[in-house]
Design a protein around this ligand. Structure first.
Ligand code: PRP
Ligand code: URA
Length: 209
């Protein structure tokens, strides 16, 4: 069974609380999403494979550890997932970035795919799927389905906020995928929005409402 990692770091909690506040403006909301993503990426990448290479320090030759070549692919679920990419790339600048376009049908709440482009060697990488919100879990399950269909086996899911319903749905559908969330919220409301949540992540990131 996949593991749920909830971050209890004070800096992450503080920044999540600021994102929740309705008076937080687009610019600050976007910066906070990236800052939290960077902090989370530190932990999400904890078990990355290392390779040993010989180097020379000013003192002597030695063997030193480096993150192995084709290690990471970051895959944001469009569009709100885009708000987490730069933070991760600040920490892992050599990561490749794929994109999956999904939106939730407002009536059925079911995900509809409109775009998918992954790195050519995605199957050799640890894929970190990013999306600020894990609500019903429908979008995340569909995105992970598509990524698995392209041969990827090592997949992690990273969200800022999650509802218990979404966590369960992903764990049931993809028990091999670990989930990393900055905060685990209480429930979903009748419109499948996370409570207390932060509202519509895409609209708040891009200022579209
Ligand atoms: C939001 C969010 C997730 C999805 C979560 O995207 O960014 O992708 O909803 O909901 P779920 O867990 O119930 O599937 P939305 O469909 O609003 O699209 P957007 O990113 O383009 O705003
Ligand atoms: N998508 C969002 O942007 N917010 C929610 O609370 C649920 C889905």
């Amino acid at each position: 069974m996949g593991k749920l990692h909830v971050f209890d770091h004070p800096l992450i909690q503080h920044k999540v609380s600021m994102m929740r506040m309705k008076e937080t403006v687009t610019k600050d909301f976007r910066e906070l999403a990236n800052e939290i993503s960077l902090l989370m990426a530190y932990e999400v990448t904890r078990d990355l494979p290392l390779e040993s290479r010989e180097i020379e320090t000013p003192i002597c030759k030695t063997k030193a550890n480096f993150v192995a070549g084709r290690s990471i692919g970051v895959v944001p679920i469009l569009r709100a997932g885009l708000g987490m990419v730069d933070g991760i790339l600040t920490l892992v600048p050599n990561a490749k970035v794929g994109h999956i376009g999904l939106y939730r049908d407002p009536e059925t709440h079911m995900p509809v795919e409109y775009y998918c482009k992954l790195p050519v060697d995605a199957q050799d990488r640890t894929i970190i799927v990013v999306d600020p919100m894990l609500a019903t879990g429908g979008s995340a399950v569909a995105a992970i389905d598509f990524i698995k269909q392209r041969g990827c086996k090592d997949i992690k899911l990273m969200n800022l906020l999650a509802a218990p319903e979404g966590v369960k749905t992903v764990m049931d559908a993809h028990p091999d995928v670990d989930i990393y969330v900055a905060a685990l919220d209480e429930k979903l409301n009748d419109h499948a929005y996370i409570v207390p949540g932060l509202g519509d992540a895409g609209d708040r990131l891009f200022g579209t409402k």
